[in-house]
Design a protein around this ligand. Structure first.
Ligand SMILES: Cc1ncc(COP(=O)(O)O)c(C=O)c1O
Length: 383
């Protein structure tokens, strides 16, 4: 699959020259446009960006300046939110196995906790604000690893348990604001979300009115946001609750592109196009079979079918399979699109490969927002 990235080719070349490759680049205009689309669809709903999608400080500081809160799942993410000036009221602390450090950091800031099991009523710091995560036990149209609301998933309590957990929280002196549901990631069908939200709305008779219905995130690119928003409002209406949302991917994916240079080609029965980025920079193709749009930034020779392979000594280290691209030369630049979410965030230092640099295109110029790591930084904590 190929697609045109949002910026002119010359700007990608300029960024690659200046900062080197592999390089993540982001288009600020597309970041703003994505948030505008969310706000247009969800109106008054409170938006908590799921930091896991891309926690870069510059990107999250921009979101905070636009009035967005944060959903955090680790002490590190809470520290990032605090670092960009987020206050407790705009922080959600989530996770199926929170540590003492995470409870303490959340409590110090006055964050709202998303409770994943009844025992947390005893573990939460005194007088906490909390939502109860419900697993609606539904199968949805996404990769198995991306489904979090299926029967057998480790997340949340069953719908039958949820009213009892709300009661347990109140009896323990906490403020139980309402319910939370997040059914997975990269889901496009509003009907999948509608089924999950309706499962929660069905609990109304057992819960009474609630202040908040947090419907999570999980919206794939191209998802029907107005349709999902309609379903959310309808379910929240059953409780007299306000809607909270936690988009990750939707806010940052499209704005991001991974730039990688062609190292060479090789023909062994299959055609391999070798690049200087692979699984250590972009794990999603290997982890989920994710398909990212590829744009060759060279003037091409004849088109052929390629497997795009990274430099790691792992057979699974492929950025794409069976893609049609023109014959490249070493040094040509390939743009891997829709890479702003779970791209840099999941990059790793396997093989002592330093994590890539990141740059933001804003106001007609590039700005480095994360410098490339060095090998020495990769081993700096080793004794
Ligand atoms: C509870 C919760 N909320 C929000 C998100 C964000 O999901 P997405 O990036 O698909 O919108 C996740 C992702 O795993 C999540 O677990």
């Amino acid at each position: 699959m190929t697609a045109s990235p949002s910026l002119p080719r010359a700007e990608f070349h300029a960024a690659a020259e200046r900062f080197g490759t592999p390089l993540y680049v982001y288009d600020a205009a597309e970041l703003d446009a994505a948030l505008a689309r969310v706000r247009a669809a969800f109106g008054e709903a409170r938006v908590f960006y799921a930091l896991k999608a891309n926690p870069n400080l510059t990107l999250i500081a921009r979101l905070r300046a636009a009035g967005v809160g944060f959903e955090c799942v680790s002490a590190g993410e809470i520290a990032r939110a605090e670092h960009v000036g987020a206050e407790g009221g705009s922080i959600l602390v989530n996770g199926p196995a929170k540590s003492r450090e995470e409870y303490e950091a959340g409590a110090r800031l006055g964050a709202t906790f998303i409770v994943d099991r009844e025992e947390e009523a005893r573990l939460l710091p005194p007088g906490s604000r909390a939502l109860v995560r419900v697993n609606p036990a539904l199968s949805v149209s996404t990769h198995d690893h991306l489904a979090t609301g299926a029967a057998g998933s480790k997340f949340g309590v069953t719908p039958e348990q949820a009213p009892g957990v709300l009661r347990a929280l109140r009896e323990a002196g906490h403020t139980a604001l309402g319910l939370h549901v997040h059914i997975g990631s990269a889901i496009r069908l509003a009907t999948d979300f509608g089924a999950a939200f309706a499962r929660l709305a069905g609990l109304r008779a057992h819960t009474g009115e609630l202040e908040v219905l947090d419907v999570g995130g999980g919206w794939g690119l191209g998802a029907d946001l107005p349709g999902i928003a309609r379903e959310a409002r309808e379910a929240a209406g059953a409780f007299g609750a306000e809607v909270w949302v936690e988009p990750g991917r939707y806010l940052v994916a499209r704005a991001g592109t991974l730039l990688t240079r062609v190292v060479g080609t090789k023909r062994t029965g299959r055609n391999f196009l070798l690049t200087d980025a692979g699984m250590t920079e972009l794990l999603r193709p290997m982890l989920y079979g994710a398909v990212h749009p590829l744009t060759p930034l060279w003037d091409g020779g004849a088109e052929e079918t390629w497997d795009v392979a990274g430099p790691a000594c792992e057979s699974g280290d492929l950025l794409a399979r069976d893609v049609t691209l023109p014959l490249p030369h070493p040094g040509d630049l390939l743009a891997v699109g829709d890479a702003g979410a779970y791209g840099a965030a999941m990059s790793g230092t396997y093989l002592t490969r330093p994590r890539p640099a990141e740059a933001l295109w804003e106001g007609g110029e590039w700005r480095l927002i994360r410098r490339r790591e060095t090998p020495q930084e990769v081993w700096a904590a080793e004794v």
